[in-house]
Every structure is written in structure tokens, then in C-alpha cells.
Design a protein around this ligand. Sequence first.
Ligand SMILES: Nc1ncnc2c1ncn2[C@@H]1O[C@H](COP(=O)(O)OP(=O)(O)O)[C@@H](O)[C@H]1O
Ligand SMILES: [Mg+2]
Length: 407
Amino acid sequence: MSESWVDKYRPRELKEVIGQSQALKAMLGWAEGWRKGKPKKPALLLYGAAGTGKTVATAALAREFGWDLIELNASDKRTLKIVQQVAGTAATTGTLFAGAGGKRLVVLDEADNVYGTTDRGGYRAIEELLKQTQNPVVLIANDQYAIPWKIRGICFAINFRRLTKDVIASVLQRICRAEHIEADPIALNVIAETVRGDLRSAINDLQTIAAGRKRLAIKDVVLYRRDREASIFDVLKQLVYAKGVREARELLWALDKAPDDALAWIDENIPRMFADPADRARAYDAISRADTFLGRARRRQAYGLWRYASDLMSAGVALSREGELKFVRFQPPSSGKYFGRTRSVRAVRDSAAKKIAARCHTSSKVARKNFLPYLHLIFKHDKKAASRIAAELELSDTEVNYLKSMR
Ligand SMILES: Nc1ncnc2c1ncn2[C@@H]1O[C@H](COP(=O)(O)OP(=O)(O)O)[C@@H](O)[C@H]1O
Ligand SMILES: [Mg+2]
């Protein structure tokens, strides 16, 4: 088992990219537009969860249109230099981006994690690049809202959805067949279920579990999962005994989870271990403040705030305890939390803000900042007015619920 299956079974052509037909159609339409000169939106912003095909679809698109692919990693300092140079000299021929003949597709991967974010130099350079480019550009990000709105405004945003369990299971099935592994379909379903729409993780899990096997049974998958969760539980358990901030911080690193996920695991398991209600209250307080910082970090693209969130969810929680511990059975976070709770709430908030903005002739940002809090009061206290406004703005039930219950 030398070659990674993720590479071995990577789609080369657009038609091999599965479960993303809407996104692919939009990408093709945009690329066609480039044939008639620089379109109004010279860049694509592909956003969505990891392992859903953003990078492979981009490469396949370039191949389909006969464009050279120039891949840059936005979080790399050297990339910023190149982008700055190009943005400054876009008109001159012979530079990397202004070559004669066929187009080049410039890909900025990890565009939500741009080098030089603190001084905003990175995003300014990208903005300049998008204004001046004579070539198609693709920005790739997990979180579209981590991209400054000025840049988002120049981009044609396309969402890559989390792949469904069935789609993922079918890919795993196909790989098993190619690898001559006889797999129980339920075993593959179990893998597919746990990866939250991330096909890359599913394929990696499959390769790890299937290593050296000709058959794959449910128990193989279950044992593998138990192993993995056991190590998470171990780290969580140690976190409870952390003596100082540094130790707690290091344990959080060892947890090896994205901040939102780490918070969900901690929220689910640690406060319940505290016997004393006062300890528990302090722990939940630290968790909720960590959550606030995470939300703020995301909204303002102020990723420095992650540090406060991390310290609050690790040391803040661990050091809340003065009293006894009690035994509890650890469990993975309840799915609502684990499935990117904050993100979907944010999506609802933004769709409501958009409707308000359109109606009140203002920007979504202003609507969000100035109107939502006010509407919240109305929706909470004045049922009649609320239903009139809801009808007027054509708000969905989810949006209405959001307005009623928002913090
Ligand atoms: N929609 C998809 N169709 C086929 N394979 C996919 C798809 N999404 C992900 N994969 C598999 O996962 C790997 C990673 O995909 P990638 O495009 O890098 O994901 P992303 O850029 O969205 O994180 C690919 O090499 C491929 O094996
Ligand atoms: Mg990628």
C-alpha cells in the first residue's frame, strides 16, 4: 500500500467529479464567459467543506478549456510576492500571467487563510490582482465569509456541498471493487456516515482500515472508529487534570480538531464531569465565551482571536474546577453541534439580512448590523408586526425562527 488512494482515484475530468452538478454547471458557464473577453466577475470563489472536490474540479476545468494551470497557495508568503508583482505589472507582456495565446487559470487555494492578513496586505494584493487580471482566477476557500466582502464582490461565488452519504458510499464501493476488496456495504455506509460529507477523509479511512485485507466487515470499521475516539477521549480526560494554561493549551493541540469541533467535544464532555454546580457554571461560561470569540474571529476575519477562544475552551474550562470530579461516559458531540452549527446559523442570518437589505436599499452588512437587532426585538415582542414583516420580506420559517431567537 504505497500510493494514496485519494491520488490514485482522483478525478481527471469534470464528468468524474461527482455530486456537484450544480457547481460544475456554474463553473462551465463562467469559463465560457472568458472566451468572449474578461467577464464582469473575472474570478470564481469556490467555497465549501474540505474534501468535496473544489481543487479537483478546478484542475479538470483548466484541462477541459486547455488552460495552463498556475496553482498558488494563498497562505504562503512567496505567493503574496508573486501576486503583488503580477498585480502591479499586469499589462506588460511576458510576465507569468500575461502570456500570449491561450489563457492561464490562476488558482489561489486556501484563500480564507491568506498570508499577510493582519496588515491586510495579502487581501489588498489579491483585490488588485482581480481588478487587473487578463486571465481567469479561481479562489478556493472553506468559508466564504472569511474572504473580505470587497473581494467577494468581484467573485462569482459557487458552493460545493458536502457529499451525501450515499454518494460517498458508492465511491468507496467502486474503489473496493478496483482494489479487489470484498466489502460489506454496511461497513462502507458506516465510514460514509462519519465523515460529514468529506470524501477525502472517507477514502483515507477506507485505505487505512482496508490495509492488508481482502474483506472488509462492519466490525473492522467499528474497531477502527473506537480506536480513534478513544484517543480523543484520552486527551479530553487529561485536559480535566491540566494544572496550568500551558498544559491545557498543549492538550488542545493534541486534540487535533478544528476550533469549532474541539469546542463541541469539550462542551459535550467536560462540564458533565464536574460534580459541583458552581464548577459547571464556570465551565459553561468559559465555553460560551470561547464560542463568542470563534464567531467574532470568523466574522471579522480576525483569526488572532482564535487564541483567546483556544485558551478559554482549554484552560478556561479545565481551571474552572475547584471541586470533585465524577465519572461520566464520554460521547461524541450531539450531531447538531458537530455539524457546523455556527455555520448554518450564520447562513440563515445572512439570507435574512439579504432580504432586508434588498427591501431597504442598503447593504447586507448594514442590514445585519443595524436592522437585525431591531427586528429581533419586534419578532420577540410584537407578534402582529412580526408576521406582517415576515410576509412583506418573504422570510422563510427558519429565518423567522432565527429572528425570534437570535442572541
Ligand atoms: N466531488 C468529488 N468527486 C470525486 N472525487 C472527489 C470529490 N470530492 C473529493 N474527491 C476526492 O477527494 C480528494 C480531494 O478532493 P479535493 O478536490 O482536493 O477537495 P477540496 O479541494 O474540496 O478539499 C480528491 O483527490 C478525490 O479523490
Ligand atoms: Mg482543496
